[in-house]
Write a protein that binds this ligand. Structure first.
Ligand SMILES: Cc1cc2nc3c(=O)[nH]c(=O)nc-3n(C[C@H](O)[C@H](O)[C@H](O)COP(=O)(O)OP(=O)(O)OC[C@H]3O[C@@H](n4cnc5c(N)ncnc54)[C@H](O)[C@@H]3O)c2cc1C
Ligand code: FES
Length: 293
C-alpha cells in the first residue's frame, strides 16, 4: 500500500487576511504585489510558495499558488513583507492585476518543501516564462546575502539563465543583478540577449565550466523547458560531471495543503516504479531524475 507520508505537511502554515500594500506592473502583463505577513516572511525558505485569493469576492473561490519572490523588513529590520510576481493570465491574475493597493486578500503559507541548500561551486538558475520567481531568495541565500533560518553561503557563484518570449516579458532582471548574480538573457525573438532556448544556453554554459567544479542547476518554468534542462544535466552527469538538478513543478493546485490531490505529478520511487506525488506537500521541488515527464 502506498504511503501518504510527506516530509513537508503544511503544519507550519498560517492563514492571514490582509491588504495589498503594493500592486504594480513590472513588465509586460507582469505585476508585483506586496503584502504584510510577518509570520510567512519570518518562516519561509527559498522555493516555498503561498496560496492567495481575493478576500471579498467569490470568484475565483479557489486560491492560486505563487512562489515567494522577495522577503522585506519593516523599519526595525524585522522580516515583515512578502512580494509575489505574477503574470496576468486567467481568472485570478486578471482580477488581481485590476485590484488597487488596499484590496483585501487572504493567503496561507509558507507551503511546500523549498529548494535544498546543498553546497556547490556554481549555482545555475535556469528559468523561463514566469519561472524566475523562486530564484531571487535562493540565489541570495546561496551567496550568503540573506538567510532563512538554515545554512546560507553555500555556493561560490550564482547565475541566472533567463528565457522569455520577448524582452518586455523579462521581470526582475535588475533585482538579480543587484543581488550579485550573473544574468544571461535569451528570447525567442532575439529582442534581448541571444535568440536561443534556455536548455541550449545552459548546455553551452555547463560545457564552458571547469570539469572538476561542482554545479547545482535549479529550474522553473514551462514543463517542456524543465524536461530539456533535466536532460542536459543528465547527459553531462553520464559524462562524469558533478551536476545535480532540481526542478520546481508548477502543476495547478486547488488547496495547497495536501487534501485534494489536484496537483499530482508522476515521481519515481526507490524501487524504480513511479507513483503520483502531491507537488504541494511532497514538492514543488524534486530532484530532476525522479520526475516521469
Ligand atoms: C508552486 C507554484 C508556484 C507558482 N508560482 C507562480 C508565480 O510566482 N507567478 C505566477 O504568475 N504564477 C505562478 N504559478 C501559477 C499560478 O498558481 C496560477 O496557476 C496562474 O497564475 C494562473 O492563474 P489564473 O487564475 O490567472 O488562471 P486560470 O484562470 O486558473 O487559468 C490558467 C490557465 O488555464 C486556462 N484556462 C482557464 N480556464 C480554462 C478552461 N475552462 N478551459 C481551458 N483552459 C482554461 C487559462 O487560459 C490559463 O492559461 C505557480 C504555480 C505553482 C503550482
Ligand atoms: S493542491 Fe490539494 S493536494 Fe496538492
Amino acid at each position: 500500500m502506498s504511503s501518504l507520508h510527506a516530509d513537508y505537511y503544511a503544519d507550519g502554515l498560517v492563514q492571514h487576511e490582509t491588504e495589498l500594500v503594493v500592486n504594480e506592473a513590472v513588465a509586460e502583463s507582469t505585476y508585483r504585489l506586496r503584502v504584510a505577513c510577518p509570520a510567512i516572511a519570518q518562516s519561509c525558505v527559498p522555493g516555498q510558495f503561498v496560496m492567495i485569493r481575493l478576500a471579498d469576492v467569490n470568484a475565483p473561490l479557489i486560491g492560486r499558488a505563487f512562489a515567494v519572490w522577495d522577503v522585506l523588513p519593516d523599519d526595525q529590520g524585522t522580516p515583515t513583507y512578502i512580494d509575489l510576481i505574477y503574470l496576468k493570465k486567467g481568472t485570478f491574475t486578471t482580477a488581481c492585476a485590476e485590484s488597487p493597493a488596499g484590496t483585501r486578500v487572504s493567503l496561507w503559507g509558507p507551503l511546500g518543501n523549498g529548494f535544498a541548500n546543498r553546497s556547490c561551486d556554481h549555482l545555475i538558475m535556469a528559468v523561463g516564462g514566469i519561472g524566475q520567481t523562486p530564484m531571487l531568495l535562493l540565489g541570495r541565500e546561496a551567496l550568503g546575502k540573506q538567510s532563512f533560518g538554515r545554512e546560507s553561503g553555500w555556493a561560490g557563484h550564482a547565475e541566472v539563465i533567463y528565457g522569455a518570449r520577448r524582452s518586455l516579458l523579462h521581470a526582475g532582471v535588475e533585482a538579480f543583478r543587484q543581488a550579485g548574480f550573473d544574468v544571461t538573457l535569451c528570447t525567442d525573438d532575439g529582442s534581448a540577449g541571444t535568440r536561443a532556448l534556455v536548455p541550449d544556453v545552459l548546455a553551452e554554459r555547463l560545457r564552458s565550466l571547469e570539469a572538476d567544479k561542482s554545479v547545482r542547476v535549479v529550474t522553473c518554468g514551462p514543463e517542456i523547458m524543465m524536461e530539456k534542462v533535466a536532460e542536459v544535466c543528465e547527459t553531462l552527469r553520464l559524462e562524469g560531471r558533478q551536476i545535480d538538478c532540481q526542478v520546481s513543478m508548477e502543476t495547478p493546485m486547488a488547496c495547497g495543503i495536501g487534501i485534494c490531490f489536484s496537483c499530482v505529478a508522476k515521481v519515481k520511487q526507490d524501487d524504480g516504479e513511479w507513483d503520483y506525488k502531491r507537488t504541494c506537500v511532497e514538492g514543488p521541488i524534486f530532484d530532476a531524475e525522479k520526475i516521469v515527464w
